[in-house]
Design a protein around this ligand. Structure first.
Ligand code: C5P
Length: 250
C-alpha cells in the first residue's frame, strides 16, 4: 500500500509525468474557454501584421508572425554563406539551427541558437532573398512543427488563443483553424504602404515567387474569408474581422 501511495505521489509531482500532464490538460479544458486559432494569410504589405497585432490585443491572443521566422532563417543562412542553390549545404545547416521561442509582449519571437532576430531581417538584403529560401521544402519542413508548437506556447502563457499570419497558415499549418482570413489589396496601394514604411521591397516580385512555388504556395485557402483592404482603413478591416470573431464567440 505504502509502495503504491509513494508511486502515485512521485507520478503526480515529477514535472513531466504523464499523469501530471494529463491532469493539467483536463484542468485547462474545464477551467478556460476553448482555445481559438485565427489564421491570416495574404501577400506582402496586405495589412496582415497590423490587423493581427490589434486582434491579439483585443482577444488576448498570442501573435505569431511567421514571415519574421522565414526572414530570421534567411538572415542566418546568408550570414553563414549558405546559398539556396546549394541544397546539400543548406540541409546540413538546417540541422544545426536550434529553435526556441521568446515572448516580446504578445508576440512570439523565433530565437535561433538562443539569439533573437535583429533589425536586418527587415532590410533590403533579406527582402531580396527570403522568397528563394522560403520556396525550399526543407526550410518549410523545418518550420512546420515549430509553427504548430506555438499553440502550446500560447497555452503555457495563458493566452486565449493565437493569431498566426503568413502565406500558408489557413492552407497548410492550421487548415482547421476557427477563423481563416485572406487579405488582399491592390498592388499599387500595397507598394505605397511599403514606401510609407520607408522600406525598399519589391513586393510584386515576392508575391510572384510566393504564389508560383510548388511547396505551400501563397493561395487564398478554400473556405477562407477574403477581405479586400484597398479602400478600407486599418480600423475598418479590424472591425470586419472582429465582428465575425465576436459573433462566433458569443
Ligand atoms: O510576411 P513577410 O512579408 O514578412 O514574409 C516574408 C517572406 O517569407 C514572404 O515573402 C514569403 O516568401 C515567406 N513566407 C512564407 N510562408 C509564410 C510566411 C512567410 O513563405 N507562412
Amino acid at each position: 500500500m505504502i509502495y503504491w501511495l509513494t508511486y502515485v505521489v512521485i507520478l503526480c509531482f515529477c514535472n513531466d509525468s504523464p499523469l501530471l500532464l494529463y491532469l493539467r490538460a483536463r484542468l485547462a479544458m474545464t477551467s478556460t474557454p476553448s482555445f481559438i486559432i485565427i489564421a491570416i494569410d495574404g501577400g506582402a504589405a496586405s495589412g496582415k501584421s497590423s490587423t493581427s497585432k490589434i486582434l491579439a490585443e483585443r482577444f488576448n491572443l498570442l501573435h505569431v508572425d511567421t514571415g519574421s521566422f522565414y526572414r530570421h532563417i534567411t538572415h542566418e543562412l546568408l550570414r553563414r554563406g549558405v546559398l539556396p542553390t546549394n541544397l546539400a549545404a543548406l540541409t546540413l545547416a538546417l540541422t544545426e539551427l536550434n529553435f526556441t521561442t521568446q515572448l516580446q509582449g504578445r508576440s512570439a519571437q523565433l530565437m535561433i541558437g538562443g539569439q533573437p532576430a535583429d533589425h536586418e531581417i527587415r532590410g533590403q538584403n533579406v527582402n531580396e532573398h527570403v522568397s528563394h529560401y522560403a520556396a525550399i521544402p526543407a526550410v518549410r519542413q523545418k518550420l512546420l512543427g515549430y509553427q504548430r508548437g506555438q499553440v502550446a506556447v500560447a497555452q503555457q502563457h495563458g493566452f486565449r488563443g493565437l493569431v498566426m499570419e503568413g502565406r500558408d497558415i489557413g492552407s497548410v499549418i492550421f487548415p482547421a483553424a476557427d477563423y481563416r482570413f485572406f487579405l488582399h489589396a491592390d498592388p499599387i496601394e500595397r507598394a505605397k504602404r511599403r514606401a510609407r514604411e520607408g522600406q525598399l521591397d519589391s513586393i510584386a516580385e515576392r508575391d510572384r515567387l510566393d504564389s508560383s512555388r510548388k511547396a505551400s504556395p501563397l493561395v487564398s485557402p478554400t473556405g477562407a474569408i477574403a477581405i479586400d483592404s484597398t479602400f478600407l482603413t486599418l480600423e475598418q478591416v479590424v472591425e470586419k474581422m472582429a465582428a465575425m470573431i465576436e459573433k462566433k464567440l458569443s
